[in-house]
Design a protein around this ligand. Structure first.
Ligand SMILES: *Cc1c(COP(=O)(O)O)cnc(C)c1O
Length: 398
C-alpha cells in the first residue's frame, strides 16, 4: 500500500509554524513517545523495579528492536542489536573486522567520513600498535584505493556534509575481490533510503537511531554482523552482556551466540522505550517510497534555491543515484545565513567551514514546507538579513 504521507506527518509532534529540515541530525518526537516512556517509567521502573528486566522484557529489547531495524536496512533477522553510541559501535565493528583479517594492517576510509569514525579508527590503530594505520582518500577515490594492503574498508554510505552517496554494492564487491572486509556506517541511511545489507553481502554495519529513526537525543546505536561472521567475530569490547552466560558470572569471557556478543553493558531502557514508539511509525513503511519522495522534495528545493538564491552553491551531487536524504549548499557566510533561517522558523544546520545542510524527511516534510522554506531563504538572501552580529555568534552546537 502506498504511504499516506499526510497521515504519517500527523504522527509527529512538530511545533506550530516550524519547518524542520534537520531530521537528519535529530529526528522529531513521535506523538506516542511520551506515553510509552511514561509507561516504562511508572508502570515498569516505578512498580516493577528490578523485576522489569524479566517481566517487562527489558533484557530482550536490544534484540527485539534490532529485528525491527533489520527490516529497514535489508538485514537478516537476528543480526542487529541495539546499544551504546555510534562511535562505540564503529570501534567495535572495526576491531572485530581487523582481527578477522590479521595479515593486513590498513584501514581505508575517506576524508568525507564523519570525524568520530576517523577518530575511533585512529585510536584503535594506535592501541593495536605495530603497522596498523588509517588511510584516508577523497570520497571519489575510495573504490580505486582498495588494494591488497587494505584489511578493512570503513565508510559512511552518505557523506554527512555534502550528502554524496557511495555505491555500497560496488564498493563491497570490490573490497571482497581484494580480500578486504567492509564496515558500513548507516548513520545517514537507516530510515532515509533503502539499504540491502544482505543483498550487497556487507560484513559489518553500524548506525544511529536518533537521526532518521526518531529515538530522541542520546538514543542508542545499532550494529549488524553478517550471519557468516556472527559466530567468528570476536568482540574487542567484551562486556558482560555479550557473554554467553552473563548471569553465570564466570571469571573469564566467553562470547555469546551470534549478534548477542556485540552487546556490551546494561541497555538504555528508557531510551529504548522511545525508540519502540518511534518504530511503530516505520514498521509498515517501504524505504524505496520514502527515498523517492525525499528526492522529489530535494529536487523542488534545489530548483527553487538555484533560481531564487543563486549565490548559494549546490554541494550535493545532482545525480539521484548519488544522493541520500539531504541537500547541502555552500556559502562563505553559511553560519549566519543558517542562524537567520532558524530565527524565521526554518531549521537546518551548519557544518564547518561553509555548508548549509537541509534534510528532506518525507514522513513529516511536504511540498508546502519546502516551498515556504525556499521563500524564506530567498528573502533572507535578497535583503541580506543574515548580516547581523547576533547571527555570527557561534553556539557550542552548530
Ligand atoms: C551522527 C554520526 C555519528 C555520531 O556518533 P555518536 O557516537 O552517536 O555521537 C558518528 N558517525 C557518523 C557517520 C554520524 O553521522
Amino acid at each position: 500500500m502506498p504511504i499516506d504521507f499526510a497521515a504519517k506527518k500527523a504522527l509527529f509532534h512538530l511545533p506550530e509554524g516550524l519547518i524542520y529540515l534537520d531530521g537528519n541530525s535529530l529526528g522529531p518526537m513521535v506523538r506516542t513517545a511520551p506515553a510509552r516512556v511514561d509507561q516504562a517509567m511508572q508502570a515498569e521502573w516505578g512498580d516493577l523495579l528490578i523485576r522489569g528486566w524479566n517481566k517487562a522484557g527489558w533484557m530482550a529489547q536490544p534484540r527485539a528492536l534490532g529485528d525491527r531495524i533489520a527490516r529497514l536496512i535489508g538485514a537478516e533477522p537476528g543480526t542487529v542489536v541495539l546499544g551504546d553510541t555510534l562511535s562505540i559501535k564503529v570501534y567495535q565493528a572495526l576491531a572485530s573486522a581487523l582481527e578477522m583479517n590479521p595479515r593486513r594492517k590498513v584501514v581505508l576510509s575517506d576524508t568525507g567520513n564523519f570525524p568520530s569514525d576517523l577518530y575511533m579508527a585512529e585510536g584503535l590503530t594506535r592501541t593495536l600498535g605495530g603497522q596498523y594505520r588509517l588511510k584516508t582518500v577523497a570520497p571519489e577515490e575510495a573504490m580505486s584505493a582498495i588494494d591488497e594492503t587494505v584489511a578493512v574498508v570503513m565508510l559512511t554510505e552518505v557523506d554527512y556534509r555534502t550528502g554524496r552517496r557511495h555505491h555500497m554494492a560496488d564498493i563491497t564487491k570490490c573490497a571482497h575481490e581484494m580480500g578486504a572486509l567492509v564496515v558500513w556506517d548507516l548513520a545517514h541511511s537507516a530510515g532515509a533510503l533503502p539499504v540491502d545489507l544482505a543483498g550487497v553481502k556487507a560484513d559489518f554495519a553500524v548506525g544511529c537511531t536518533y537521526k532518521y529513526l526518531n529515538s530522541g537525543p542520546g538514543g542508542p546505536a545499532f550494529i549488524y554482523v553478517a550471519p557468516r561472521h556472527a559466530d567468528v567475530a570476536r568482540p574487542a569490547l567484551s562486556g558482560w552482556l555479550g557473554h554467553a552466560a552473563p548471569f553465570a558470572f564466570d571469571q573469564s569471557y566467553r562470547p555469546g551466540q551470534g549478534i548477542e556478543r556485540m552487546r556490551v553493558g546494561t541497555p538504555p531502557v528508557l531510551q529504548l522505550a522511545a525508540l519502540d514508539a518511534a518504530l511503530d511509525v516505520w514498521d509498515d513503511v517501504d524505504l524505496r517510497e520514502v527515498h523517492a519522495q525525499s528526492l522529489r522534495l530535494q529536487d523542488q528545493f534545489i530548483k527553487g534555491v538555484e533560481s531564487r538564491a543563486p549565490m548559494l552553491q549546490l554541494a550535493t551531487p545532482r545525480s539521484h543515484q548519488m544522493r541520500g536524504s539531504q541537500v547541502s549548499f555552500r556559502h562563505p557566510e553559511g553560519y549566519a545565513i543558517m542562524q537567520a533561517l532558524i530565527a524565521e522558523g526554518v531549521i537546518g544546520d551548519f557544518r564547518a567551514p561553509d555548508i548549509l545542510r537541509f534534510g528532506f524527511t518525507p514522513l513529516f516534510i511536504d511540498e508546502d514546507d519546502v516551498a515556504r522554506a525556499i521563500g524564506i531563504l530567498a528573502r533572507i538572501m535578497d535583503y541580506g538579513t543574515w548580516d547581523k552580529p547576533e547571527f555570527k555568534l557561534r553556539a557550542a552546537v552548530t
